[in-house]
Design a protein. Structure first.
Ligand code: AP5
Length: 232
């Protein structure tokens, strides 16, 4: 093992099993608080790098929309902004990713607990190439989420001011049930509680991208730099 600590890719590979994109496609995890912009950046990354977008929140909302057997089990948690149990979400996500045809994918909203992070790390065939945390100021995000609009047909996210939905879908976008201030604050509390536990699992493989005061395009440029290996 190389003796230099932080920037050394040899160390990162050995200690975290995170491989470079050049090795075997892009397998990206996007971490970040509620409203940090994970879904927004996922839309950009899908278009730019052809990544399949696996959003745990969208998969769960799809179960609710379809009124599946699982829907009754998860609705109460989601309405209150609480995490659905690991026993449900881990299998749902890991099986979904294993079934993908695309060699390039990104996870948005998973992992969110230490158990989820450990399960992902233990699934060796799902080796990760990038783990990016979008870092935001929580108060700014609480205000921002008030303008969020969600397209239930595509799963895409918009904002009335910063990223307005195109005119042809403006009638079908909705306000998410969990975008009420008290529910948003509960989601923040849970995120903060679990953040360190996830960081403990992945260690220095996590690249933090500060999004403070940046436009959507400026954040995209920073994320692209990480993926392309241009970040200092
Ligand atoms: P989920 O859907 O994953 O919600 P979340 O993590 O709370 O994340 P959000 O979707 O709220 O935010 P985001 O980071 O994607 O931000 P966005 O891009 O939309 O989860 C929902 C629920 O499902 C959970 O509460 C839980 O119950 C359950 N769940 C999901 N995953 C689970 C798991 N792993 N385990 C257990 N339970 C789970 O951006 C927000 C807004 O800001 C948008 O309007 C956007 O247009 C705008 N915006 C984005 N970037 C910028 C910018 N730079 N400047 C200005 N506006 C911006």
């Amino acid at each position: 093992m190389c003796s230099c600590r932080d920037k050394c890719s040899a160390n990162r590979k050995e200690s975290t099993e995170v491989l470079s994109a050049a090795d075997r496609g892009i397998h990206l995890v996007l971490l970040g608080a509620p409203g940090a912009g994970k879904g927004t950046q996922a839309k950009h990354l899908s278009a730019k790098y052809g990544l399949a977008h696996i959003s745990s929140g969208n998969l769960l909302r799809d179960e609710l929309t379809r009124g599946t057997k699982l829907a009754a089990e998860i609705k109460g948690y989601m309405d209150k902004g609480q995490l659905v149990p690991d026993s449900i979400i881990i299998d749902l996500i890991i099986n979904h990713v294993k079934g993908l045809e695309s060699p390039n994918w990104m996870l948005d909203g998973f992992p969110r607990t230490a158990s989820q992070a450990k399960a992902l790390k233990a699934a060796k065939e799902l080796y990760l190439t990038h783990i990016i945390e979008l870092q935001v100021d929580q108060e700014a995000v609480v205000k921002r989420l008030g303008g969020r609009r969600f397209d239930p047909t595509t799963g895409n996210t918009y904002h009335v001011d910063f990223d307005p939905p195109p005119a042809d879908i403006a009638d079908r976008v909705i306000i998410r049930d969990d975008d009420k201030e008290e529910v948003i604050r509960e989601r923040f509390v849970i995120y903060e509680k679990n953040k360190k536990l996830i960081a403990d699992t992945f260690g220095d493989a996590v690249t933090v991208v500060s999004c403070e005061g940046l436009s959507i395009e400026e954040v995209s440029a920073r994320v692209d730099a990480v993926i392309d290996g241009r970040q200092e």
